[in-house]
Design a protein around this ligand. Structure first.
Ligand code: ARG
Length: 481
């Protein structure tokens, strides 16, 4: 028995234009593996519970397994149907014949697609979490090796205070750690199985959702069918975690684009990650970091797009939800591709200690240290601020750095200045003296790195617990009825 193309849509012959307009196959064929695994679990449950005869369940299982293997070998050409779910059902029918008609018992494409999407989001979030925690560990290791290099920090893009390169690196380590936490939250949001709620209100057939739950590695089943079929929160959470990662990656990129300009001169890119110009032979452009910044627009757009699609929908399933596919399916290559290039690129950025140091001195970045040294001698901060500011201005007038200021010059501004106060003008000392938690002081940076490293390790373990689709398939293949 061959299923007619339009049978799933109620059998009323659709206009070809309408079928083309409503088809999601071009995108959701990417969910083939998820769909096959979900169907394998469903039919195994149907067979075990006696909803369909065991012999038919076995025939369907073998058919689905054959489809997976053909897909794996690149030999599965999906028929041109409305979506991947129908395409699989039709191809199953082409493969095993009549029993294929039993697969969709007690199931709707509404709970089917919700299941496929959760399996997909769970796998993407776990893969991204593994990559991101790996990147965080690399940042920590690099930071430990860069404690001696001192450079200016910036507020309002004006030189602010001396920091170590380790501190700069740790700042992005801390931000990416929060993104890893957001990805771990996505996994939390994916832990309930949608399958078994049917189109909206469940089924009167004697299914057992617990069986499907165990087979697909979920921690529980969703609480309400009507909510389940209209829920894309787990997808939104992935898009949010992705957008936020990109916001951080784009800020890191902007720092590096700036640092590698001739104007800053703090860092250089190795030849294998920087690109030339087709016209200007001298150029060495930071395209990689510009592209990461550019792609962040996509990530933010995907989040806003899906939020807008979901907003204002009535309860239950609505076909609008099919429009989640583009933003969601784009996310895995966008996120994983960027992470992998970032991991390759950061080690290929080298910092120039001399230039960084010159930036510190030219920027009078030790001015706060001068004020704090006066405070330590008992001067109120506001007064010390004025005295330090006056010395900075005097040096600027004379065209010298703070370190070139003589004691005589300083005392002509305020007699409280003495040699020990001026000794704080050595920039490395400005970093070494910082003692507060979360500061650029070496002990504080090490404490920060230890926390980041430990938390990243816990999150990496969380990612490792997520069953991979290929593993689920192998277990389902072995499962008995
Ligand atoms: N292709 C649809 C989607 O992705 C599957 C669900 C269709 N459900 C329906 N009642 N037409 O959302």
């Amino acid at each position: 028995m061959a299923l007619a193309k339009t049978e799933a849509s109620g059998g009323s012959g659709l206009l070809p234009e309408v079928l083309a307009f409503s088809s999601s196959l071009a995108l959701d064929r990417q969910l083939l593996r998820e769909d096959l695994v979900g169907s394998l679990a469903h039919v195994t449950m149907l067979g075990r519970t006696g909803v369909i005869p065991k012999a038919d369940a076995q025939a369907i299982r073998e058919g689905l397994i054959a489809l997976w293997k053909r897909a794996d070998a690149g030999k599965l050409e999906l028929p041109d149907e409305e979506d991947v779910h129908m395409a699989v059902e039709v191809e199953l029918n082409n493969t095993i014949g009549a029993p294929a008609a039993l697969l969709h018992s007690a199931r709707s494409r509404n709970d089917q697609v919700a299941t496929d999407l959760r399996l997909h989001v769970r796998e993407v979030a776990a893969n991204a979490l593994r990559e991101l925690t790996g990147f965080i560990q690399e940042i920590v290791t690099r930071a430990r090796a860069e404690k001696e290099l001192i450079l200016p920090s910036y507020t309002h893009r004006q030189r602010a205070q001396p920091i170590s390169l380790a501190y700069w690196l740790a700042s992005y380590g801390a931000a990416f750690l929060r993104d890893a936490q957001a990805l771990s939250f996505v996994l939390e949001q994916c832990k309930l199985l949608p399958l078994g709620v049917g189109a909206i209100s469940g089924t009167s057939l004697p299914i057992d959702r617990e069986i499907s739950r165990t087979l697909l590695g979920f921690e529980g089943v969703t609480l309400n069918g009507m909510d389940t079929v209209g829920d894309r929160d787990f997808a939104l959470d992935l898009l949010y975690a992705t957008a936020r990662f990109f916001v951080h990656a784009s800020r890191l990129s902007t720092d590096l684009v700036d640092f590698t300009t001739q104007e800053f001169g703090f860092a250089t890119l190795s030849g294998d990650i920087s690109m030339g110009s087709s016209m200007m032979p001298q150029k060495k452009n930071p395209d990689v970091f510009e592209l990461i910044r550019g792609k962040s627009g996509k990530a933010v757009g995907n989040l806003v797009g899906l939020l807008t699609t979901v907003k204002g929908l009535p309860g239950g399933y609505n076909r609008d939800l099919q429009e989640d596919r583009a933003s969601l399916l784009e996310t895995a290559p966008l996120l994983l591709g960027t992470l992998s290039v970032l991991r390759l690129s950061l080690p290929r950025v080298t910092f120039n200690a001399e230039k960084c140091r010159a930036g510190l001195e030219e920027g009078f970045t030790q001015a706060t240290d001068l004020a704090e040294a006066l405070v330590k001698k008992g001067m109120p901060f506001r007064k010390a601020y004025m005295a330090a500011g006056a010395l900075v201005r005097r040096c600027q007038e004379k065209g010298i750095t703070l370190r070139a200021a003589t004691l005589e010059l300083a005392q002509s501004i305020d007699p409280a200045y003495d040699a020990s106060i001026l000794s704080v003008l050595e920039p490395a000392g400005a970093v070494a003296r910082k003692a507060s938690a979360g500061s650029t002081g070496p002990a504080a940076v090490e404490a920060t790195l230890t926390v980041i490293e430990a938390q990243a390790r816990v999150l990496a373990e969380r990612a490792a617990q997520v069953p991979k689709l290929s593993v689920l398939f192998t277990e389902l293949e072995r499962a008995t009825l």
